[in-house]
Ligand binder design. Structure first.
Ligand SMILES: NC(=O)c1ccc[n+]([C@@H]2O[C@H](COP(=O)([O-])OP(=O)(O)OC[C@H]3O[C@@H](n4cnc5c(N)ncnc54)[C@H](OP(=O)(O)O)[C@@H]3O)[C@@H](O)[C@H]2O)c1
Length: 301
């Protein structure tokens, strides 16, 4: 089996290349080899590779910058994704793609299910929703996984930012009125591999598994709660000293608003994935603990 992975240097893409190896030949494309800001080139690339499965982990993910660069975000997250989907349909390939909690406006009182009406409140969310629509409209076989608050031992993410700032400051002010679930990129990649295994088996029987699923760890927290857990685990694993960690101040979003508004409620229900594929991710704190163990082993923060 031939598997094409885009965004191979990103948090999820990096892990995917490893998680998918047992399934066949994984051809990994970073931005230099597959630039989604050039959607016209995407079809030719897929024609050359002739993949059985395309996993698109590439995305324009700079949420605040997207407010200034909405056209570029839309090209990468929607136009190019549509081109990938059309190429997947032409090649008879399964397209696996990631989307986001930011397709929702966050006004729901409880966690979001897949068919809640999307209503993004920022440019990044609009571009990602447009990508979902482009895939659904293409007629290709697809799996869209919506996830949230992704972190890893590499890349730009909240965990690494908190660990860095913990060494620089005595006090950190962290938003405590946005609710969601942190997700370790490795858990996302491993779950993706398991779903692909099942989808491939179903395909062999002539059955298609197309759909949009919420792929998230169990439990929920706020960014402040996330920061508290990061510092606790970092101290217990010896990444930081208990005597030198900063005070964490819980603050509301409003006075400290960033360029892109964020949904107050980012919680996603992952029951469909569990019912359909028998996959349930553990509580978010478990993934965080393992990620920090990894970082300790690699001697990094
Ligand atoms: N990060 C989150 O908190 C979060 C939350 C919900 C959903 N998601 C979704 O999950 C998926 C994976 O995200 P992630 O956290 O792994 O993101 P990430 O770490 O930012 O990785 C994104 C990758 O996309 C690449 N990329 C950016 N622009 C590109 C372009 N024009 N052409 C080709 N590649 C391009 C980046 O390349 P460079 O390495 O060269 O920059 C990077 O390797 C994305 O679909 C994202 O929307 C992420």
């Amino acid at each position: 089996m031939m598997l094409m992975v885009t965004g191979a240097n990103g948090q999820v893409g990096w892990e995917l290349v490893r998680s998918l190896m047992p399934f066949g030949e994984v051809i990994a494309f970073d931005r230099a080899r597959c630039d989604l800001s050039q959607p016209a080139d995407v079809g030719d690339l897929v024609d050359k590779v002739r993949p059985d499965i395309i996993v698109n982990a590439a995305a324009y993910t700079a949420v605040d910058r997207a407010e200034e660069e909405e056209d570029l975000a839309r090209i990468v997250n929607s136009t190019a994704v549509g081109a990938l989907a059309n190429a997947a349909r032409a090649a008879g390939a399964l397209l696996v793609h990631y989307s986001t909690d930011y397709v929702f406006d966050g006004s729901k009182a409880t966690a979001y299910v897949e068919n809640d009406p999307p209503r993004p409140i920022n440019a990044y969310g609009r571009s990602k929703l447009a990508g979902e629509v482009a895939i659904c409209d293409s007629g290709c076989e697809y799996l869209i996984f919506r996830t949230s608050w992704v972190y890893a031992a590499r890349g730009q993410n909240f965990v690494r930012t908190i660990l860095r700032l913990a060494c620089e400051r005595d006090e950190l002010s962290i938003v405590a009125d946005q609710f969601g679930t942190p997700n370790w990129a490795r858990n996302i990649a491993d779950a993706t591999a398991q779903v692909i295994r099942r989808a491939v088996a179903e395909r062999a029987l002539g059955r298609r598994m197309s759909g949009t699923y919420h792929l998230t760890a169990a439990g929920e927290t706020t960014w402040h709660g996330f920061a508290v857990a990061i510092l606790e685990f970092a101290v217990s694993q010896g990444l930081l000293s208990a005597t030198s960690i900063p005070r964490l101040r819980a603050i509301p979003t409003e006075p400290y608003a960033r360029p892109a508004p964020r949904p107050k409620n980012s919680r996603l229900v992952a029951d469909s994935l569990s019912c359909q594929f028998g996959i349930a991710l553990p509580d978010w704190k478990k993934g965080l603990e393992l990620c920090l163990q990894d970082m300790k082993c690699c001697g990094q923060q």
